[in-house]
Design a protein around this ligand. Structure first.
Ligand SMILES: Cc1ncc(COP(=O)(O)O)c(C=O)c1O
Length: 373
């Protein structure tokens, strides 16, 4: 947020800022979603929907699991939410009691930490590094002791790394055997660069899956996402949704349903991300930034820059000041070790990535020549 503010201030002053600090696609919702929303505005009263979301959308989401993962999913287990963020609040409230302990890998999306704290849940952060591709493992869990839940994300933010199929299966089995609730954040599914992502539902009917229309579907501001929950929890989620939110946005549900018919347009976005990723990886590597988490998916590069700085918040301000390129410091994602990492987001327009790569190359060449900052 600080970087975004600083970047916006500089943009107003100098007009030359390239935003690699933000985590949202630069593209609008797909045309089919926009058309459906326009039609609904003209023809539909758009009042409250039922708390769990429109049946047509829940059925379409369930079908998506058959099409994408070969999982036969009963639509009654789908809960439409106000984005993944709304999903987390409901999931944590439904699954845990005050004082319960939830494990999660670190670095991680900062809101996990903040939502758990806000709900008076304890968190057990697992320091991860390149040796486990920045993902938690069963060995980590065994070393911890009593837990009530595990939160995983694959592909993850900020690293983009994924749990391999066998790793996710092992974690899901571990959780099932010990009665731990597994919450699987699958928001970056659809944005992968090699192996496709696997859903926790392939391995456990007990897992709670969190997903959203924000990333692959390019609909961040529409605030619509979904959960898949075990049958026995559906009524609890219905009550939570009814009382906390009444329902997810009616207009956004209409648009989200149509977004499933926009695969071609959405896959074009993913092709652009893949090209952007290659451009930025090339330019960073040529600049000596080579220690980068394996970017299997999402649209981030998480780079260890300890050879350049010990305090990446200052470093990011300096980079912004000297180049106009805004990047995110690691401390938000990892309070312990994050001050040696930065996150580059490559979901923007390709010409911006090319220009940012060129500016960073020149800038880092200057630092390397002067023997560090
Ligand atoms: C890993 C992860 N989970 C969840 C979210 C929240 O997404 P939503 O817009 O669906 O609330 C984000 C947003 O950046 C994210 O990176």
């Amino acid at each position: 947020m600080d970087m975004l503010r600083a970047a916006n201030e500089r943009a107003a002053r100098e007009g030359d800022v390239i935003h690699l600090e933000v985590g949202q696609p630069g593209t609008a919702a797909p045309a089919a979603a926009l058309d459906a929303a326009r039609a609904a505005l003209d023809s539909d009263a758009l009042g409250y929907t039922v708390a769990l979301g429109n049946d047509a959308l829940r059925e379409r989401i369930a079908l998506h699991y058959g099409e994408t993962y070969g999982v036969d999913l009963d639509p009654t287990r789908v809960v439409v939410t106000a984005g993944a963020s709304g999903g987390f609040i409901m999931a944590f409230l439904a699954l845990f009691d005050t004082g319960d302990t939830v494990a999660l890998g670190c670095p991680a999306y900062p809101a996990y930490r903040n939502i758990l704290d806000a709900l008076d849940l304890k968190r057990q952060e697992i320091a991860t590094d390149a040796s486990s591709r920045f993902q938690p493992t069963v060995e980590h869990l065994e070393a911890i002791g009593a837990l009530d839940g595990l939160l995983v994300a694959s592909p993850a933010n900020p690293t983009g790394t994924m749990l391999r199929a066998a790793e996710l299966e092992t974690l899901a089995g571990y959780c099932e055997d010990r009665g731990l609730r597994l919450v699987s954040d699958e928001i970056y599914h659809g944005i992968t660069y090699g192996e496709p992502a696997h859903t926790a539902l392939e391995y456990s009917d007990d897992a709670i899956v969190v997903n959203s229309f924000s990333k692959y579907f390019s609909m961040t501001g529409w605030r619509v996402g979904w959960l898949v929950v075990p049958e026995r929890f559906v009524r609890t989620f219905e009550r939570l949704s009814q009382n906390l939110f009444i329902c997810p946005s009616a207009l956004s549900q209409v648009a989200a349903l149509a977004a499933f018919d926009a695969r071609e347009e959405l896959d074009t976005n993913v092709t652009r991300y893949a090209e952007n990723r290659a451009i930025l990886l090339r330019d960073l590597k040529r600049s000596g930034v080579t220690n980068i988490a394996p970017p299997d998916g999402a649209f981030y590069l998480y780079a260890d820059v300890r050879h350049l700085t010990n305090e990446t918040l200052d470093f990011c301000h300096q980079v912004l000041n000297d180049t106009g390129v805004a990047i995110a410091p690691g401390a938000d994602f990892d309070p312990q070790d994050g001050s040696r990492f930065v996150r580059f987001s490559f979901c923007g327009a390709q010409e911006d990535i090319v220009e940012a790569g060129a500016r960073l190359k020149t800038y880092l060449a200057g630092i390397n020549q002067s023997g560090g900052r």
